[in-house]
Unconditional design. Sequence first.
Lengths: 251, 646
Amino acid sequence: MKKILYTLAICAVALTTSSCSKLDNQEAPSETLTGSVVDAGTGKTVQTENGSGTRIKLLETSWSDNPTPFYIASMQDGTFNYTKLFPGTNKISAEGPFVPMVQTDASGATTVDKSQTVQIKGTTTVKFSVEPFLRIEWVGEPVINADGTITASFKFTRGTNDPAFQQDISDVQLFVNSNKFVGNNNFDNRYSPKIEYNGSDGNAQVGQTLTFTTIGGPLPTNREYFIRIGGRTNYGLKYYNYTDVKVVTVP
Amino acid sequence: MLSYKKDKIMKKYTYIILCLLVCWTTACKKLDVPPINVVQDKDIFTSSGGIQAYMARIYSELPIEDFRYSPQRGLNFFWIISPFPAVTGEALSRDQTGAMQENVDESPWGDSYKLIRDVNYFLENLPKYASTFTPEQVNSWLGEARFIRAATYFALVKRYGGVPIVDKVLQIPASNVDDLNIPRSSEEAVYDYIAADLDFAYTNMGETNQAGRANKYVAAGFKSRAMLYAGSIAKYNQITLVDPSGNRVCGISATKAITYFKAAYDAAVLLESKYSLYKNSWKAGDKVAQYQNFIDMFFDKNSSENIFVRQYHYPESVHGYDAYNVPRQLMGGNGYSSEVNPTLNFVEMFDGLPKNADGTIKTMTAGKYDLYTNTMDLFANAEPRLRATVILPGDVFKGQSIEIRRGIYTGSSAGGISPLLPAGATGNYPTANIVQSSNATQTPYTLPDGSKMNPAGLSGVFSGDGTAAISGFSIRKWLAPDKPTSEVLENRSDQTWIELRYAEVLLNRAEAAYELNVLGQNDKNYLQDAFAAINQIRERAGADMLASAANLNSIDIVRKERRKELGFENKTWWDMRRWRIADKEQNSTIYKILMPFYSANDKKYFFDARTDERNARYTFDVRWYYEQIPNGEIQKSQKLIQNPGY
């Protein structure tokens, strides 16, 4: 009797342990996709904001013609780097503050498709050339005024000649923040001024040199401020275009 | 002997076999009975009582934003802190510190399709039992069911744009799974589907029905609302999403604006002389009567203005509106109060207040605060509708003067009091010369004449405790004026929700007419029609009248009237979305408040208009014009495409 019990116990242990001996795990994804979204006109990357700005859309077509899209958020300087992808064939495009890379007409037919089909394996680099809605540039360097505020000059121009993407300019803002991540979704609104345009009022300002001075009195001293200017048009989801980030040290 | 035995055995077997046969066959007779504890179609669809029961349930599921809705917790949920008006800028709430879209995941999508299935089931099965009833009865019920389906699709389309149209009961398991994978229809097709259902309902339903159920004019009223939304999308939307088969699931062609505005206008006209603005206790030129009339309107069961309502009744069907929203000094036993505090931005829209040239409230003359003996003196000439909507500081509610005071100013008053903060400042009030309370446990301050006064009012404003009138105002609309404080409890209120009242239909008509006029339509004098409708609303409200149709020169006049009349009725957010103005209006916006202070040396009050002390910033994300389709649904169906930006 005891013998039978022991045999059973051994069998049970053997069965349970043997079933554990093989892990049924897929290798973790480890391929890298890196690249940038650049302005076709200037060759510079298209500045954007973290999180809600440019994003890269991947359609993994190895298995299905109609896959659920996978999105990678771009960094605010317009570059992206993602190191945890599975190898495979992907149709890649970008969405953001520029003329859409994939356009459809009223019947649903694709009229423009600048997406790229690439094999993702190892490190894959992709560069997208796009036309931003607005090109926003610094004019000179920001200056610290005697009253403790910062003044910055800038101008904006259209980044595309296609009138279908030259909507009215809705607003421009100077974004001020205390760290290098600065944009519409991350700024200190005690100091950040903005101009809102009614209707088509903003269009006359294209190409003009405009000036912003921080609001809210003198800026607290002995620290760095990260500033950039953003503007947007009334197209679609109204993404902002930005200048690059400048650091101003208030002594 | 043997044969006898054999015979006996045979007999025995015969009996057994006989028994078996008897038992067996009788038992076989009927095993396939429907379960008697489950109500069957024939029980429901063969009596008007059964149909009433079916209707009662589908009405209770109707997705309307009533006393049990908040964007944070969705439909039909008792807890309505983070209230809807605190998302639109109508009000501030301690539990809501910014703009948001609905945060309810599957709820409106999944619940709506369940309801649509129930309606489709009704539509398919009632005709099988039609012989029990008269054709009029059957048609009326079919119309009613289609009204409910239309209202449900409207709840979907206003959130998501084009959605899959399911017009029959889907069979599960399906012979072909692809049949269950229904792609989104275009936004236009969904609005047209809604219009067709409502037209059927209007044609087939009677003029009256039980309270809380629809009649033909309810269908027409809803149509005026839905078509106005569709027209606004056609005119103002900037977002496009076209699926591979050419269905524009987000956005409607601008060329359709006239069609939809006309449909909205025509539907609104159908209600003329069937319903009217409630004016039972209204008297021309009598502001007190007009004010009382506007309050009574929300509680008179026989109001000629009520078109479609949802009734509540304690204890079986309840909400907690009073408990969450009474002023602090009338707080009930659950410890909730003042969740909805109207902003100064909302109050400033009304007539009868002293105003600066730019339309903001005037609280200063030549750089010094104006002084008032009582806080209500500032509002002495306020529009009656404002008093009936908002509890102003010092106004009377439930027999009590609602005391709202931010603090006591103890500084010198010689030569007048200068602004406490520079214009536009967002910082804290200085602590010098101001006595304030951080919460409701107050230490009285001794005034120069020796009398004592609490720094803050009984209903606030406290510097460290949000359970107070943080904007300087408290909500009055919908609050039961006679509910004893012992009954101001959660799940204890049962006033009726008025989902559609004639004032909205008039405003729909005015807006559609104004837009048609702008779009160059002149088959009628649309501008005159809009003007007449606006003035009807204004007259009842006790507001300043428009002098002539020529004075109606901006869509903003129509929209402002709508926001004033329908404020706190959970309509404004949808309006801000369909006008596509929400992202302009809420662009890093801090809403304004009005803080009453008592000047100890003057023994008078002054008011400081400033921005929200919490610095709550509102920014509306442009993506929110089309809500995110729940990810769970996207993953279930390959044919369902997501809205832009998600």
